[in-house]
Design a binder for this molecule. Sequence first.
Ligand code: ADP
Ligand code: MG
Length: 267
Amino acid sequence: MVMSLAARDGLTQVEDVSSSPLAVRGLTVSYGEKPAVFSVDMTLRAGHMTAIVGPNGAGKSTLLKAALGIVKPLAGQAMVFGKPLKSQRHRIAYVPQRASVDWDFPTRVIDVVMMGLQRELGLLRRSRPEHHTHAFDCLNRVGMKDFADRQIGQLSGGQQQRVFLARALAQKAEIYLLDEPFAGVDAATERAIIDVLKSLRSEGKTVVAVHHDLTTVADYFDDVFLINTRKVAEGPVASTLTAESLDKAYGGRLAMAQIDQLGLAAG
Ligand code: ADP
Ligand code: MG
C-alpha cells in the first residue's frame, strides 16, 4: 500500500513538472557552510499568481535567483514547462529587489525598458521603430510613459519599480518573477503594479512574487509558497496560509496577535 502510494506520488510529480511553467526539484543553494535554500520542491501553477512568503533570510530571493540560473545550486534543478532551464531562460522575466540595483548608473528610463528587448535585438542591438513603440507601450502600461527621457536614478522608489516592471513586460515572457515588488512603494504604485500583474494573469501568464504583507496575500494571490530555508507549505492561499503554517514558517517570530488579525482558520 505504502509503496503504491509512493509510486503514484512519483508519477503525479512527473506530470506536474511537465505542465508547470516553473518547477524546481531538490533545490539546495549554499553561499557558505549553511544552506540558504535546502532541498526545495516548488511547482508553480500556470496562469496563477503565487506569493513567496517567509521571514527575512528565509531564502526567498535565493530561490528566485536559482530558479533563474543567476545563482548556481549545490543540488537540484529548475524546469520550465518540463524542459531544462538553460534553453528556456528567455521565457522568464525578472524584477529584482529594488535595493539590489545600482541606481547611480546613468541610464534613461526608455533605455532601461529597451534592455528587456535585448534578446529580440540580438547581438547587434539594432533597434527598429517598432521596438521603441513596444517599449513605450510597456511604459504606458505602468503609467510611466511621460518619464521616458528621465534618468532612472532621479525617480522615486515607486517610479523605479514601475520602470523595472515595464522592462520585464518588454521581454514578452510567460513567467514573471518579482522580488518584493511592493517594498517601499507608495499606495498608488502598489495598485498600479497589482493591476498589471492581474492583467498578465488574465492573459494566461504565470506570476510569482516575494511578498511581505500578510494582510494582502489573499486579495492579491491565488497560491502561496511558504519557505524558511526548507519548504513549509505550498498551495491555494485559502487552504495553505493557515495560522499553523505561518507559525511554522516564522518560527514563533510572528506574534499570535498578528496571525489573529488575519482571521485565518486555526491549524
Ligand atoms: P530572503 O530573500 O528570504 O530574505 P535570501 O535569499 O536573501 O533571503 O538569503 C538567504 C540566506 O542566504 C541569508 O542567510 C543571507 O544572509 C544569505 N545570503 C544571501 N545572499 C548571499 C550572498 N550573496 N552571499 C552570502 N550569503 C548570502
Ligand atoms: Mg530577499
